[in-house]
Design a binder for this molecule. Sequence first.
Ligand code: ZN
Length: 348
Amino acid sequence: MKIIYSPDHAWHDPKTYFKGGTFHAPQEVPMRAEALLDGLRAAGHEIIPPSDFGPGPRAAVHTPGYLRFLETIHARWIAGGLGGEEVLPNIHPGRHMTSMPSGIVGEVGHYTTDLSAPVGPRTWEAAVAASNVAVTATRHVLDGLPGEARASYALCRPPGHHAFKDQAGGFCFLNNIAIAADYARREVSRVAILDVDVHHGNGTQGIFYERADVFTISLHCDPSDFYPFFSGYAHERGRGAGEGYNLNLPLPPLTADDAYLEYLEDALAALRAYAPDVIFVALGLDAFEKDPLIGLSISTEGFSRIAAAIARLGLPTVLVQEGGYNRDYLGANIASFLGGFEKARGAR
Ligand code: ZN
């Protein structure tokens, strides 16, 4: 399997993480990617750098105003004399205010969903590199078509699945998997995204909610009392042309391997019925039983079983890294996932 990685992820090095009324040590840090990389190297995987696909793929998914915001906001924030090392919102429009202000504080509130996406001086470069990692992995799989069911893994950081077309949130800025899926869609008819991160892929759902050509499925911890709280419910099935092309499987908190695999079968049955040309897996490892975010309870061996079940679909597959925050286990868990996938495919 081709593994794509860029050291440019390290340009995004957040200083803040706000949760439960207090600031904590950041979770989504450069050491995450290094831990994943160590695990991949130890397992003997070859690792290659991304190509630069230019602004086209990200501009096809995100709005011009949002891209300009991400690229320029930190410099303007500092030039404007606002405090702190990184850009954070102190207001959001909420449900009853819809006018767009001209000032910078309002702009930050407009383009973010929460306090979990602080923009640092070079966050933009890291986010662009992550999206190129995802598109490079996609290019490798597309180059095997028609006829070859290739697989690739994109070691993306920062992650992407909580980013909407015009909003950052939940540690995410550019939606890497959405950019990659949309890029693939230009060459094949149908693609599907299977999100196994512990959190609902709200940004990805939002981006494709009215489209039938990108089927979005997410298995995640029930959001009734878990991030992202306001989406991820079973009744969210898509809208307009996209009606029926979004499937959410909210799982009870602390769901473990055996029960998870049964829910996964429902997702895989839906995927088989849709018959996509390529599938994208939003590969969060934060469903792990020892993850500090405590949602589901998947074991290291469980990740191998989940991967094997996905691999047995026999489809061209792009794996895109999302969350996962227990750095002591990230290396073992990614090696377990990729090992399980390759063993089920009978090839490396
Ligand atoms: Zn997550």
